[in-house]
Design a protein around this ligand. Structure first.
Ligand code: MLT
Length: 257
């Protein structure tokens, strides 16, 4: 085991074959990908990190710059002896996948960008991040998760999915959440570099995603030289949790196609 693997983010590494890395959303952790990990590790190598500060990586300090998470992933691939991998990121995970495409393009075999966007936060969005940082610092994580739930899931999400997201978000630390909010607030505009991403890229979006709406996903897919778009009917922002089988079908078709 190399130093990177000892000191970097904790991760699961299961299965054999073409490698795929899943990057989790905010305010969640690697367990949001449990279903994808179980299914795809039957015929692929599936690597699922808990980004620094989150989940099993909670003891590591959470960077307040998304580029640092992208660098962590590049180092993780090096430590595992993987030159190129498919990288799939949902929402914040997608922002990090785009940072990886900007900083380490040679590490990408394919990209999956789910419920994410290339544009940076608007001035109103930045103000909302500051309010949310204040809320987390003064009252803790659960009140923030309650505030975010109606945006993370559609009105039609099942009570089980709502409970899962509430539990997953509620167990993250204040430090990780505040750092990630600052990192997302200050993230770069990835739109200008979309035209330079020369790997096959699947853009997935929930029809009812209000954080990264279908119009932005469509624009992103059109700007990507090898982009394709899948819209998941009825799903909100966390598409893989709300519509796991439609999400898996889209990924399988892309990976096997
Ligand atoms: C996420 O799902 O990762 C976040 O909601 C994204 C964001 O707040 O911009």
């Amino acid at each position: 085991m190399t130093d990177t693997l000892r000191t970097g983010p904790k991760f699961a590494d299961e299965g054999r074959g073409d490698p795929i890395v899943f990057l989790h959303a905010f305010p969640l952790d690697a367990t949001m990908w449990d279903a994808e990990r179980a299914e795809l590790s039957r015929d692929r190598r599936v690597i699922v990190p808990d980004l620094r500060g989150f989940g099993a990586s909670a003891t590591l300090s959470a960077p307040s710059v998304l580029d640092e998470h992208a660098d962590d992933i590049a180092r993780l691939l090096t430590g595992l002896g993987i030159e190129r991998a498919t990288v799939a990121g949902l929402s914040m995970g997608g922002y990090i996948a785009l940072a990886l495409a900007r900083r380490h393009p040679q590490r990408l075999a394919r990209l999956i960008l789910a419920d994410t966007k290339s544009a940076p936060d608007s001035p109103d969005g930045r103000r909302a991040r500051d309010e949310n940082i204040e809320l987390v610092r003064s009252q803790g994580v659960p009140p923030l998760v309650e505030r975010l739930l109606p945006k993370l899931l559609s009105a039609g999400a099942s009570p089980e999915v709502v409970a899962r997201v509430r539990a997953l978000g509620g167990r993250q630390t204040r430090e990780a959440i505040a750092s990630a909010l600052a990192a997302m607030r200050d993230r770069a505009d990835s739109t200008p570099m979309l035209a330079a991403i020369d790997v096959p890229t699947l853009v997935i979006v929930g029809e009812a995603d209000s954080i990264s709406p279908p119009a932005e996903a469509r624009a992103m897919a059109s700007a990507l030289p090898r982009g394709e778009l899948t819209i998941i009917a009825g799903a909100g922002h966390l598409t893989n949790l709300e519509s796991p089988s439609a999400f898996m079908t889209a990924i399988r078709k892309f990976l096997d196609g």
